[in-house]
Design a protein around this ligand. Structure first.
Ligand code: NDP
Ligand code: 2IT
Length: 449
């Protein structure tokens, strides 16, 4: 592991001591702290005022019981979380994840990342995250509705358009946001559109929010390539996952002339050298909520499904990990490098292990961390809040252009900051430092709160 600045060692030790067993949170905190050596060397006041110590401690953590009844009349009990990490720049903002692997350490890692990501967007949003260990797989719409209603029956008292604004993440899409908004509206007797983002287009949602994370990641890649005088046109792209982020990343790649040759889900991956048929993926994953394995059986001409294995063994020019944390290991990175990959951009949150990121840096690949590359989703959520606040709605083309400009600004801010702090071309350093300083300066201004 790269060394930490001596002033940051106690900060990291405290994170480990105070949050035992929360390994994903330790990993996310360490990644940010490793970048901040040059910042604390230049600004000792950040250490004196304990900005780092305060940043690593959530403002508020809520854990609650979520009881609900399944279709067989049996009572089920899940655990709900909301970690309100930092509100220096605006209301807590970040998604809700429903997945059996969710526990406090996952929610905290995601909430911590969200602080810096949201700061990077330049928009007025703080950082938070929530979710549940509820597994939506195989559940009927009625079961998902009852779960969401029970979840919101507790969560509603903690959120609000000026307080905390949740959205989707793994396992939470338009259907779940609808059930939760309906319950919030009923309990509070208020049509408070700005309390959740990712809403349906007829009831306060924004154009482009569904597409925003994936599209934004590809806009970011476009900028990285442009900085090297290259284009996505003609490149072969591998996208892991086949959920919200993956599907719309793949769609934008195709629009810009690239060819997506492989996608995956938790059961394995499909390779289609002719270019993945996205309409089929959308039908399988979004409409039928089925498995990516079905792609190979339904599209017979040349597509193959690999059960297990690693999607990163498929040779490509561009790799977009868009599924989940730590899905791309050091060994996967070695295989991408060996096969001549030139760009890796994280559509998911922390999908590359620290070993993988180090390997990319050593090999001189272009690597974009999630807090920069996938910030388009939350940025468009902030645009949704803006439209809700002004009771307005913008058209698709205008909103997409706003997203494109935001991603270019984030890209340029990362490169400019990396240069300023002596790490030219290092998007990890640029994203962490630029994200951090904006939050830190607001915290300094507020005094010890
Ligand atoms: P979805 O639930 O829509 O899709 C998740 C995809 O990843 C599915 O294909 C799923 O496979 C796969 N996946 C999930 N968990 C695992 C796992 N443990 N192992 C292997 N595959 C897995 O989620 P999103 O597309 O919204 O989220 C994907 C990533 O992007 C997450 O890291 C999320 O935090 C991040 N993100 C999402 C944003 C958003 O706006 N939605 C914004 C920024 C980042 P299966 O169908 O088999 O479960
Ligand atoms: O990780 C993320 O940025 C998200 N899941 C989106 C959060 C949001 O509030 O839109």
């Amino acid at each position: 592991m790269p060394a930490l600045h001596e002033k940051l060692i106690p900060v990291f030790d405290d994170v480990v001591r105070r949050n035992p067993g929360e390994i994903e949170f330790h990993q996310a905190a360490r990644e940010v702290l490793e970048s901040l050596g040059p910042v604390v060397a230049k600004h000792p006041d950040y250490i004196d005022s304990q900005i780092l110590g305060r940043l690593c401690e959530p403002e508020r953590q809520i854990i609650f019981r979520v009881p609900w009844t399944d279709d067989n009349g049996r009572v089920q009990v899940n655990r709900g979380f909301r970690v309100e990490f930092n509100s220096a720049l605006g209301p807590f903002k970040g998604g809700l994840r429903f997945h059996p692997s969710v526990y406090l350490g996952i929610v905290k890692f995601l909430g911590f990342e969200q602080i810096f990501k949201n700061s990077l967007t330049g928009l007025p949003i703080g950082g938070g995250k929530g979710g549940s260990d509820f597994d939506p797989k195989g559940r009927s719409d009625a079961e998902v509705m009852r779960f969401c209603q029970s979840f919101m029956t507790e969560l509603y008292r903690h959120i609000g358009e000026y307080t905390d604004v949740p959205a989707g993440d793994i396992g939470v899409g338009g259907r779940e946001i609808g059930f939760m908004f309906g319950q919030y509206k009923r309990i509070t007797n208020r049509y408070e559109s700005g309390v959740l983002t990712g809403k349906g287009l007829t009831w306060g949602g924004s154009q482009v929010r569904t597409e925003a994370t994936g599209y934004g990641t590809v806009f970011f890649v476009e900028q990285m390539l442009a900085a090297k005088g290259r284009k996505l046109d003609g490149m072969r792209v591998v996208v892991s996952g086949s959920g919200n982020v993956a599907i719309f990343a793949a769609e934008k790649v195709a629009q810009l002339g690239g060819t997506v040759i492989a996608m995956s889900d938790s059961g394995g991956y499909v390779v289609d050298e002719n270019g993945i048929d996205l309409n089929l993926v959308k039908d399988i994953k979004l409409n039928r909520r089925a498995r990516i394995a079905d792609y190979a059986t339904e599209r017979v001409d040349g597509a193959r499904f690999i059960d297990g294995g690693s999607i990163w063994d498929v040779p490509c020019d561009v790799a977009l990990p868009c599924a989940t944390q730590n899905e791309l290991t050091g060994a996967d990175a070695a295989s991408l490098i060996r096969n001549g990959c030139v760009v890796v951009a994280e559509g998911a949150n922390m999908p590359c292990t620290p070993e993988a990121v180090r390997a990319f840096e050593e090999a001189g690949l272009l690597f974009a961390p999630g807090k920069a590359a996938n910030a388009g989703g939350v940025a468009t959520s902030a645009l949704e809040m803006q439209q809700n606040a002004s009771r307005d709605s913008w058209n698709f083309a205008y909103t997409e252009e706003r997203l494109r400009i935001i991603m270019k600004d984030i890209h340029d801010r990362c490169l400019g900051t990396a240069e300023e702090y002596g790490a030219p071309g290092n998007y990890v350093a640029g994203a962490n430092i630029a994200g951090f300083t904006r939050v830190a300066d607001a915290m300094v201004a507020f005094g010890v709160v």
